[in-house]
Design a protein around this ligand. Structure first.
Ligand SMILES: *[C@@H]1O[C@H](CO)[C@@H](O)[C@H](O)[C@H]1NC(C)=O
Length: 242
């Protein structure tokens, strides 16, 4: 089964393969200020992934995003706009899950530490975690490609329904680990390139981290996530260890 990471570097790959580059958080709407107070964009020099604030100085994202972080990567928090407002933070340290499998995208989770600290306010908040309930309506947000622009200025979001593990598994030929889940918005909607690492939010808490799509953006199949609930101990251990 071919997994398509939603990282910006994947654009080069899909372009090489001649795959269409249309997409968006397909069929989404612009988010309201503070609707996703934990989301951050990850830039080097342009936005290439998203993440979520977990503490004063740590962000959680996908491991395949952390893979391309360098000392020049910056984190922008506290704004829905890609190129204005908010606060910009230099990165200090980045860690991937020890058992990250870049082929099957299992344990696709990593952490980035910033040099300074986030200042929490109405539009900048650390997230809590929740296990996504089957059939729950959740939202996914990101600055990934839309069907009209490669780099939307405004943060986009779309609602998704969480599928059962067995249903998710059936879309990837049975290759799915316990830490993975999927959710679906309907054809023409969902994750696209640049949405990697972004949040699947259920009940106002982080339930999933955008990991991969199958076939392409806006296809008639679900989007795949790393669940956060199984990794809460791993996150806490690593952000406390410094
Ligand atoms: C989820 O929804 C489907 C379709 O409506 C239903 O068959 C299934 O029982 C539901 N599962 C749960 C756990 O609510």
């Amino acid at each position: 089964m071919k997994h398509h990471c939603l990282i910006l570097v994947a654009i080069t790959i899909s372009a090489t393969l001649g795959a269409p580059r249309k997409g968006r958080i397909y069929g989404g709407d612009a988010a309201a200020p503070g609707q996703f107070p934990s989301i951050v964009s990850i830039n080097d020099p342009v936005q290439f992934c998203d993440g979520s604030i977990v503490s004063k100085n740590w962000v959680v994202t996908a491991a395949h995003c952390v893979d391309v972080v360098t000392s020049t990567t910056t984190i922008i928090a506290g704004t829905n706009l890609a190129n204005s407002g908010g606060t910009t933070h230099k990165v200090a340290k980045w860690i991937n899950h020890e058992d990250y499998d870049p082929t099957a995208l299992i344990n696709d989770i990593g952490l980035i530490q910033i040099e300074d600290e986030f200042e929490f306010d109405d539009v900048t908040q650390p997230t809590e975690f929740v296990d996504p309930a089957v059939n729950a309506t959740c939202s996914v947000a990101g600055w990934g490609e839309t069907d009209t622009v490669e780099f939307p200025e405004e943060l986009q979001f779309v609602e998704q329904t969480v599928f059962s593990f067995e249903t998710c598994k059936s879309f990837v030929g049975g290759e799915l680990a316990e830490g993975q889940t999927c959710a679906f918005s309907g054809e023409g909607k969902g994750l696209c390139i640049g949405d990697s690492g972004g949040p699947l939010v259920c009940e106002g808490k982080l339930a999933g981290i955008a990991s991969f799509i199958i076939e392409g953006c806006g296809k008639d199949n679900p989007d795949f996530y790393t669940k956060t609930a199984p990794y809460v101990d791993w996150i806490n251990k690593n952000i406390q260890a410094k």
